[in-house]
Design a protein around this ligand. Structure first.
Ligand SMILES: *Cc1c(COP(=O)(O)O)cnc(C)c1O
Ligand code: SF4
Length: 380
């Protein structure tokens, strides 16, 4: 046990403001010095922070940093939140937008890729900048975001699109993380969506229960519940994230009648092991959170070093299928043709070359689509 770190940690946790989410947001860690209060950074992490800083932004809530192992750089929380040199070594097929957000973007903030539902990117702010974010360009890249100059523009044109498209029955608020908005702004957005007769359900995709569970105040939760039916999908990747606070945040949502689902990304060095994934999904169900998707990591620039092989995903799924049926997520790849289940019968062909593999899949409309996976590399 490291006495310095342990003493400092106790001091932080005893801070009267610790459970105030506004204090947590205002005191996010953005420097090596700040991080060193919680862990002893390795040389590799120091280089990762220094070298990526010109390209990718970085910050971590004190709450999430408090889950980090002081000495073990393979800690799943450290891997998800501390910049790594690998982020600057793109693979051949990497792109800033492999899932085609920009291709299907109909307004500044609406992505309409599936006929009856849309993703509505209401913000580009997040409590922690997850290193593996599929929307890394949008959330952490200094080059910018998908938004036009009108980054803070009001949402009238987006709402107009939704009103004019009567086929849209499901609106997914995402970003960034929608709970980064103030309660008042979110209440306005939910209320406006509710005034559109053809919008049957609203979904919120949020990682706050994992990264800053204190954000899920009783007031916020009852406001969200007042716009029912609203479904929340959160994003736990590792059992270590299911703390008392995180479980409490999920319980507040479920107790208010808000169904909560979970999406996990399969990440090398974080959760690419069958026992870890089994524990995660069983504990989620225990927390009354329903596992929804397990995403294969996308070939996003700055992210694809987190990719595993398909065999790893299949081995994990085979193990998961031995437990409670509703504890088993669906294993998914996101392609330009939409989400495709990675079950064996959908895989038509895999071509492996020097830079990685091209997986040919049967898309939902029975055409074919491609998914790229880089060759597995060892973490730098
Ligand atoms: C994932 C996604 C959705 C929701 O898809 P479901 O499979 O219904 O969860 C909607 N729009 C976009 C652009 C998406 O990426
Ligand atoms: S909270 Fe979600 S959108 Fe934000 S960086 Fe993490 S994964 Fe990306």
């Amino acid at each position: 046990m490291d006495l310095d770190h342990e003493a400092r940690r106790q001091q932080h946790l005893a801070n009267d403001n610790w459970n105030d989410w506004r204090w947590q947001m205002a005191n996010r860690i953005r420097t090596l010095e700040g991080l060193s209060e919680w862990v002893r950074p390795t040389d590799s992490e120091v280089l990762g922070i220094e070298r990526t800083s010109a390209r990718y932004q970085w910050h971590v809530t004190p709450y999430y940093a408090s889950l980090m192992d002081v000495d073990d750089p393979s800690c799943p929380i450290r891997r998800q939140a501390i910049p790594a040199r690998d982020e600057l070594a793109p693979a051949a097929h990497d792109s800033t937008d492999p899932v085609g957000d920009t291709l299907f973007r109909k307004t500044n903030r609406i992505i309409h890729k599936y006929p009856d539902r849309v993703a509505f990117l209401v913000t580009d702010h997040c409590p922690v900048l997850c290193r593996f974010c599929t929307r890394k360009l949008h959330t952490t890249d200094h080059e910018g975001t998908y938004f036009e100059d009108a980054r803070e523009a009001h949402l009238e044109r987006d709402f107009e699109y939704l009103r004019n498209h009567v086929e849209i029955r499901d609106v997914l608020l995402t970003g960034g993380d929608p709970l980064s908005l103030s309660d008042r702004k979110l209440d306005n957005i939910l209320g406006t969506l509710r005034s559109i007769p053809h919008v049957e359900i609203i979904r919120i995709g949020t990682r706050y229960p994992v990264l800053l569970p204190q954000r899920l105040t009783p007031e916020l939760v009852s406001m969200i519940a007042s716009h029912a039916p609203v479904w929340v999908n959160t994003h736990f990747n590792h059992p270590k994230e299911l703390t008392r606070e995180a479980i409490g945040a999920c319980a507040r949502l479920v107790d208010a009648g808000i169904p909560v689902g979970n999406q996990t990304v399969l990440l090398a060095g974080v959760n690419d092991d069958a026992e870890t994934m089994m524990t995660l999904n069983q504990k989620l169900v225990q927390a009354r959170v329903r596992p929804y998707y397990l995403y294969h990591c996308d070939s996003v620039e700055g992210v694809s070093h987190f990719q595993t092989s398909l065999e790893t995903g299949h081995r994990i799924m085979q193990h998961l299928r031995t437990t409670t049926g509703f504890a088993v997520p669906r294993y998914i790849a996101t392609t330009l043709a939409g989400k495709v289940s990675l079950e064996e019968s959908n895989i038509q062909n895999v071509t492996t070359g020097p830079s990685g593999s091209i997986v040919t899949l049967t898309a939902p409309n029975l055409s074919t689509t491609e998914f790229h996976i880089r060759n597995e590399s060892s973490p730098a």
